[in-house]
Design a protein. Sequence first.
Length: 157
Amino acid sequence: MNEESKARHKRPRGTGRIYQQRGSSRWWIKFYRNGKVYRESTGTDNRRRAEKVLQNTLGEISQGKFIPPELRRVLVGELVDDLLTWYRTVAHKPTFAEDAETRWNLHLTGFFGDMRANQVTTDSLMRYRNGSNGGGESTRARYGKQGAASLAESLQA
């Protein structure tokens, strides 16, 4: 490979890198954020798709929306468990923790429990509100047209 072709294939500084690991057909990306190196699989064998993944990741970094890979794996259920523990220990609100835990178990666990925290969006909240509550029946079917009023009445009973 001559010097001219090497220079043509070199990426500009700060734009990450795409590579394949030995023995793998998958493309990987390598990039830096705040001086820390990140390497992750793109999940694709297609170089152009891998390039898009890298471009999207660099875009998230420049917009301040980047979530490190280790934080992408946090589940909503894990966050709720931590919150309930905090209520019981640090905040000294055991009755509030019990009430919150009951509501979580009755209404939210089925829909949000195994969802990754970074996947909770306005759309997912609207799907929960308008659709299934995790128990198989829709929130509207369970609580009727009044919705919140019926829910409040059923919780007071």
